[in-house]
Structure formats: structure tokens, C-alpha cells
Design a binder for this molecule. Sequence first.
Ligand code: ATP
Length: 311
Amino acid sequence: MAPSSPTQAVMTVTGVAAMRSVQVAVDDVHVRYRTPSTDAAARAEVPRAMRAVNRLIGRQPTVLNRALAGVSFVARSGEAVGVVGLNGSGKSTLLRVIAGLERPARGMVLARTTPVLLGVNAAMLPELTGQQNVRLGCLAMGMTPEEVSAAYKDIVELSGLGPAIHHPMKTYSSGMGARLKFAIAAAANPQILLIDEALATGDAAFRERSEDRMNQLRGNAGCTFLVSHAAKTVEETCTRAIWLHKGRLVMDGSAYDVAQKYRWWAWNLAKGETEKAAGLLDDAFGEGHDTAVRVTELYDPSAPPRHVRGG
Ligand SMILES: Nc1ncnc2c1ncn2[C@@H]1O[C@H](COP(=O)(O)OP(=O)(O)OP(=O)(O)O)[C@@H](O)[C@H]1O
């Protein structure tokens, strides 16, 4: 799986055999946002013609923000992929692109089955009770009313909410809400589960239950992605990790290796050791298994890719 070259390798995902275990292929994905800005220096980078057009039509000046800049990797059956990086490094954007909620400006994502994104901001109705939100959430994920009834007890148990399941969700703490969302998403038994920070908000007992559930999902030949600021969580719960920095993939390797290197770099950065941190980042880029994915043949040509090439 890891490319042989420590610098830049081309992974050609080709043929039925090679595709069989691939759950997600991310191929040179770029995501850009145009953001209104009052920063004159940043605005100066906007092409002169566009600035003139903006002035003419009275549009607020904007700057270009590269949330993802050429990210490529594949995730295979049974992998739990942790995604680490500083605030704003592109972690949530990556999950949203994989979930199909965001369209890449360039590149493509292929997913074997529909990925289920569990974000701490996943839409739920605050006025409704936990119980009602369980039903709503499960139906929204495509489960039948019978499947919802059958899964209900397990969901409540995994969430660990006890009697609070009958209280309106607006009365929950953020951790309680996140636990319920995780339990609902896991009930759909998705082959590809994308988790954005949910585990960090739970207590120790919940973390253990949710890790068990993640392992079960991986055991069902699926794969999970976990975004977390806590490199330790990634190290303990994932088999592999990806480190993003300013939208670029710094490292892709074993969860242990990546988490250790990320933590040491972040620690130096936090201590103001900027030169040392810059050197560590360069080293990590150098040995980062920056994999270029080229999907040359679709496993099932009759099934359209989840995203067509952006453009
Ligand atoms: N809807 C949007 N419009 C404009 N810019 C956005 C939008 N969403 C994200 N961005 C920008 O894209 C970059 C990556 O954001 P993203 O949320 O993916 O980072 P992150 O690594 O998940 O951050 P955090 O750890 O703080 O959650 C940031 O600079 C952010 O400001």
C-alpha cells in the first residue's frame, strides 16, 4: 500500500484485482474558496482585471483560499485513517469532499459505497428529543421504519445517554449531542464512515464503546476516517494517518509514525521554536509518502464515479 519511494510515487489503481480492496480513491483533489477579505495585502494578489470587475459591480473584494491543494491517496478495506493537522489545514474539507458534499475544483474522488459523514455539526433538530432525532436521523440515512425500530436499542446503548434520550436535544451538552450523532451514523453500518472530531468530545467510557464500534465497522471490510486535533486519539484508534498542512498532504503512513512526527512538530511550533518546526515540516514532507493516485480503470464501469472530474 505505501509507495516504495519515500518522496513521490505514482500509485496506479488499475484492474479488478487492484480495485477490489480500495474503498476510497482521492486523486489530485483541489478545493478553493473565494472569501471576502479586508486584507489589502492579500487582495493585491487578486488579478488586476478581477479587482476592476469587482469594483465595477460593487462586489466585496475577495481572496482565494486553497483549502486542499493536490491531495491524493487511497484507503482500503479494514483501514482506519486518521487525519491530523492544525486549524484550517483542510481536514474537514477533505471529509466533505469524500462525502460528496463539496465539489473539487480539480481532481476526483471515487468511493465504492456512499460514505456517511458524521460531523459534530450534523443536522439534527434541537427542539426534538434524542429519541425523535434517532428516528429522524436513521430514516434520513435511508433505513426503513422496521430497521430503525430494530436498531433503536443499540443506538441508545452506544450513545450512553440513558434517560436523557427523552429530553430535547437543545438541552444536551456538545459531547452528548456528538455521542448521539456517532451512534446514529454507526447504526447505518456504512462501509465508509467519516468522523469529524466526534470521539474527542466523549468521556472515557464512550470513547471505548465508539472505538469498539469503529473496529467492528472496519472488520466488516469497510474503512473509517477520523479527523482529530488529538494526535494521541489518532495513534490509539487508527491504523494509518494523513497529516495535512495548508491543504497539502505532508505525510501518509502508519498512525504511530505520523502522529509522533506531527506531535513533535506541533510541540515545537507551540513553544516558538519556529526554525526547528520548519525543519521538521520539511523532513516530514520529504519522507511523507506523497502518493499520486491515477485511477486508470474503474472496478465497475457501469457505476458512475461519485464525483466527475471537477472543472
Ligand atoms: N465555506 C467556506 N468558505 C470559505 N473558506 C472556507 C470554507 N470552509 C473552509 N474554508 C477555509 O478552508 C480552509 C480549510 O478549512 P477546514 O475547515 O477544512 O480546516 P480544518 O483543518 O478542518 O480546521 P479545524 O481544525 O479548525 O476544524 C480554512 O482556511 C478555512 O478558512
